[in-house]
Design a protein around this ligand. Structure first.
Ligand code: 13P
Ligand code: ZN
Length: 271
């Protein structure tokens, strides 16, 4: 029997949270991640069988009852998870009544799930309704994208088209475009509901003047989506630094040609 701290699941989350920090997208306690873990991935560990604590959640999680999530703790720094995974991460199971989580591992000094846990759970639920392989919700504060939410109209079509045209890869990675909610107070069920509503149509949602939510079937997929969006925003920023004058760009026809060859469905409301 192995200790859960040595599982590939904990290692993967510890590694990716450090990468997010290293990119400068998770200052202080900024950012959070939740990873839906399958019961069959948990059979080898002897230190996760007992419920250590039951932690109430401010959300009706009945529809997710019995599901396991590996979740970053509130107030903890992504910079530190790699060194203190058992303190700053927790493995939780949603209780039958959906009003709490049973802690099976982690949060060793009394921590609790991220303040954005309701948003994460609503996000998982929204994505799972259409995509049974949905497993990861990842939130971070990418610099260039946040800056763009000050200078650009908060319009999904306008934003998506800019990001698509900043690099050839964008449309292939997020052909549906990107969702945007209005500025809202974080850590509330209201922002969770607004985000989840967008996640029905988009895998990534912008929180203006705050950050980004990315989702996916794997840690790599969610991270790769965030990376690609922020890279496009960075290219946009550099273009402005170079004077902002565009001599040539990717045309709408180029986008449609790309979609055809890479076999993705572009959001036709935006092209
Ligand atoms: P937590 O520390 O509760 O995860 O919050 C960080 C954050 O980015 C809030 O949006
Ligand atoms: Zn945040």
């Amino acid at each position: 029997m192995t200790k859960f701290i040595n599982s590939p699941l904990v290692k993967e989350v510890a590694k990716i949270t450090f990468r997010l920090y290293d990119h400068g997208w998770d200052e202080r306690n900024g950012g959070n991640v939740s990873y839906r873990i399958l019961p069959e991935e948990l059979t080898d560990y002897d230190d996760i069988q007992m419920v250590k604590r039951t932690i109430p959640i401010n959300f009706d999680g009945r529809d997710l009852a019995g599901m396991y999530f590996l979740v970053s703790a509130t107030g903890r720094y992504f910079k530190n998870i790699i060194d203190f995974p058992e303190r700053d991460l927790g493995l939780v199971r949603i209780t039958e009544d959906g009003k709490a989580v049973d802690l099976l591992w982690g949060y060793s000094d009394g921590a609790a799930p991220t303040s954005e846990f309701p948003t994460h759970l609503m996000g998982h639920q929204a994505r799972l309704a259409e995509h049974s392989d949905q497993r990861v919700v990842m939130h971070c504060h990418p610099t260039n994208l946040i800056a763009m939410t000050f200078t650009q109209k908060l319009d999904e079509k306008i934003f998506s088209r800019i990001l698509w045209k900043m690099q050839t890869e964008s449309l292939v990675v997020f052909p549906e475009g990107i969702g945007i909610i209005p500025w809202m107070v974080p850590g509330t069920n209201k922002i969770g509901e607004a985000t989840a509503a967008k996640l029905k149509d988009f895998r990534a949602v912008i929180w203006p003047q705050h950050g980004l939510f990315g989702t996916g079937a794997t840690i790599d997929e969610a991270f790769g989506l965030i990376e690609t969006i922020e890279k496009a925003a960075q290219i946009w920023t550099v273009i402005q630094q170079q004077g902002g004058k565009i001599e040539q760009t990717i045309t709408d026809q180029d986008l449609l040609d790309l979609a055809k060859v890479f076999n993705v469905q572009p959001n036709r409301a935006f092209i």
